[in-house]
Ligand binder design. Sequence first.
Ligand SMILES: [Zn+2]
Length: 503
Amino acid sequence: MARIRRETAVDRTEAALAGYGTTLPLARGAVAITVAPSAAGSPVGQRLLTLLVNELARMKGVVSVINVDGVASVPVLPGVPLEGTDLESGLAGFVASLNAPAPTADDPYEATIAFGETDAVDVRVAIGDMTTNANIVVAADAWRALLGRYAEYARWEASAPYGAALAAALAAPEVFKRLLLANGLDDSDRRLLTDFAFSSFDYGINEDAGAGPDLYELVLRDLAIVGCGAGGSAALYVLAMQPGLAGAVGLVEPGRHKLSNINRYLMTSASDVHDARHKLASAVNHLARFAPALTPTLHPVEWQMLAEHPWPFLLSTVDTVPARWQIQRRAIAGAEILDAAVNDLFYNVIRVAPGGWCLECKHPFDPDYDLKQRSARWGVDVETVRAWATENVVVNAEMITTLAGTQGKEPDDYAALEGKPFRDIPMLTECGETRLRTDVPSQAPVLPLATTPVGVILAAEIAKRSVAPDAQLANWLGHYLDRAPQRPRVVWRPASASCPRHG
Ligand SMILES: [Zn+2]
């Protein structure tokens, strides 16, 4: 009988790539980034480059090498999350931190960076130089990502990091889409961005993308980040690039790292995941190095286990519906919640505001939610699943036959579950929407391509709450990076009349 095994560093990436009809490693995965001198010596250019390299280097097996040209002997500026005196040594040291001392069976691919000119390129990115033959031209100002012809509006000396971060977060999926093309994986529904401007200040696009005011300092108060996974830590990574960041933040996260977290947690190193360190350790380490005036208070437990929930401002960056209900239900009266979610290359953010959607409007509360999910996946009625869970029955061949039929798979695919107590079966193994391995207690297939932009939007919303409250999101933003990257949507979703939490 097959064993349930530990998740590796590449299971989720493999699952994600299966959705594109391919396997790891990609045959063509060389990315070249050319940085114009005006960008290389500037805070906006350096932050854009650093976050873009961070994302691409984590996609081990998808990106085989990143070649950076134009940064030789350029000093690293304050507010850029790299250690080292110059950009080349800083980037090289960072990329090395993503690799174990040697490749292992459960972490088989390495991130690689090189410097100088190269001809061995599958996708070319230009930061700030519109005259090259690059596939993607990218630039930014304080709040705007500026792609293609909009790069002429760049303001490289801006202090606020949100535009640079958004530019990197939009460039990375464009690199990924072009790598798919370079590997012969065409999809007529997939859309490429070339000329595009997007403002994290007012969410306008192209000519209507608002530049917003620059921001030279930010003092955080009242805020807790609930869930320091890929999205929560991405928000913190972007905030940590804000010059003059000070104050305090509560970090609530019970979990330790798994190997697969290396592929999308922006503050996490190979030693963090191989030693299964606590997720909060990565955050504390990053803040100590790059934002020492921000004081994190650590809560290494689940939100509902806390004795008090005093924060008036909450980031909900958890990955299940019941966890969202818990955040909203236990928050103090009047607390403002920003909720983020991703699915493949789609991301969305809700700001829970008076008169608008709350988290129970989005997911109407149901005490049998978990049972109903399991019932749908196992192909039996809710009462049967309730009895299985209550009696903790041993999974037998008949149960597996029904499960396999419901999931459209062969019973052999679920052989690893036979003989196990029902309550020990990883709930997410049963997920019917995604291509999951049944021998791994895995969750969704993920790349860092949606969790990073969601983190940028959250960071921008946190900054605006202090400096420009009128510009805060009202109240829902959604963006399909593969099918409609040129059409991020912002709409007002009114409170549901049937939701018991209003009126
Ligand atoms: Zn509601």
